[in-house]
Design a protein around this ligand. Structure first.
Ligand SMILES: NC(=O)c1ccc[n+]([C@@H]2O[C@H](COP(=O)([O-])OP(=O)(O)OC[C@H]3O[C@@H](n4cnc5c(N)ncnc54)[C@H](OP(=O)(O)O)[C@@H]3O)[C@@H](O)[C@H]2O)c1
Length: 321
């Protein structure tokens, strides 16, 4: 089968279209013919060999040769012990606990990281949800914005998780402020943002507004800065940013919890099928629509990652296989 493989950390130039053996599903696994996959920031980090990824997935060379962890497709075969899926089922899910492999014709997936795709959700939309949708939902759940007048701020709102979180929060009736760079603000307005802030021109921690929830996709500020923008019982949840920021909040959050009613927390991505279906049902009902900036053919995965490199991506990039 065809796969977009790499064996050295670097840029998109490392990716090559190769013929490799089709994987065979083991116990608890299914083989999926991939119809659509999505590019996410984790693929980019793995391609470039960022600090955490080298720590976890190979210091000098990548452990997994085929990237791509958000997929939607059709079950081709099931491994021993799998009863909930059958060949021909339309499915979608997350390969980050299955060794990646989504940028290929076929991918082997742990069945407990996959779900049945509703017929009225396209493969392209389904592929955008398994990580980004869950990240958005789980971060919002740190302080579910469903009280009248709840104020949510999303920093880094123009990317994959942010555009979904914005729409979920608006669907719940929240007032949403979105922060990202100027080129993404029009798109964020069109998705329902009440206030947009260009982080290159204005400082969201100095507007005088207090928020019940700050969802920080791209954390670059200290705790005293974000505290200024939080309501007295507000919650700050971060999910990404430089390693130094993640370590900083990991150390400081438990100390802050002893002296402040505000909550500061880090959320990492975890798969949960019921939660994924909650987000997907909102898509099926037309309540939220994944923001897809561009779609690429499978052969153009390197082009998609090059575009990801520019930082201009609005929402998500989808690969049609
Ligand atoms: N695979 C996943 O979905 C996954 C899983 C676990 C954790 N995470 C983490 O969760 C985070 C969210 O992922 P994502 O997929 O939504 O990322 P994404 O699509 O890359 O979006 C990040 C957004 O943040 C913006 N940004 C960059 N620097 C900023 C700054 N200083 N202030 C405000 N905004 C800034 C980016 O815009 P510009 O760069 O164009 O300015 C971009 O629009 C990532 O940091 C990732 O490490 C992701």
């Amino acid at each position: 089968m065809k796969a977009m493989a790499y064996d050295r950390y670097g840029s998109a130039e490392q990716l090559r279209l190769e013929e490799i053996d089709q994987p065979i599903p083991g116990p608890g696994e299914i083989l999926v013919r991939v119809v659509a996959s999505a590019v996410n920031s984790w693929d980019w980090h793995l391609l470039h060999g960022m600090f955490f990824e080298r720590l976890m997935f190979g210091a000098f060379r990548p452990q997994y040769q085929v990237l791509g962890s958000e997929i939607a497709g059709v079950v081709d075969a099931v491994g021993p012990g799998v009863t909930e899926f059958n060949p021909g089922d339309e499915v979608f899910g997350d390969l980050s606990t299955s060794g990646w492999g989504g940028f290929a014709e076929y991918a082997v997936c742990r069945s407990d990281s996959m779900a049945h795709k509703p017929a009225d959700v396209s493969f392209e939309h389904a592929a955008t949800l398994p990580q980004s949708g869950l990240l958005a939902l789980h971060c919002l759940r740190e302080r579910w914005p469903d009280r009248a007048g709840d104020r949510v701020l999303i920093n880094g709102a123009g990317g994959a998780a942010g555009t979904l979180a914005l729409q979920i929060a608006k669907h719940l009736g929240a007032h949403v402020t979105c922060v990202d760079h100027g080129g993404k603000l029009e798109m964020l307005r069109s998705l329902g943002a009440d206030i947009v802030i260009d982080y290159q021109r204005d400082d969201y921690t100095r507007t005088g507004e207090r928020h019940d929830l700050i969802f920080d996709v791209s954390s670059h500020r200290g705790i005293l800065d974000v505290r200024r923008a939080l309501a007295p019982d507000g919650v700050y949840v971060m999910t990404g940013g430089p390693v130094s920021r993640i370590v900083y909040f990991g150390l400081i959050a438990p100390i802050a919890a002893r002296i402040d009613r505000r909550t500061y927390t880090i959320r990492t991505h975890t798969f949960n099928r019921d939660d994924l279906m909650w987000v997907t049902d909102r898509v099926a009902a037309g309540e939220i629509t994944p923001a897809i900036d561009r779609t690429y053919s499978f052969e153009d995965v390197p082009e998609a990652l090059r575009y990801f490199d520019t930082g201009e991506v609005k929402g998500k990039l989808v690969i049609v296989h």
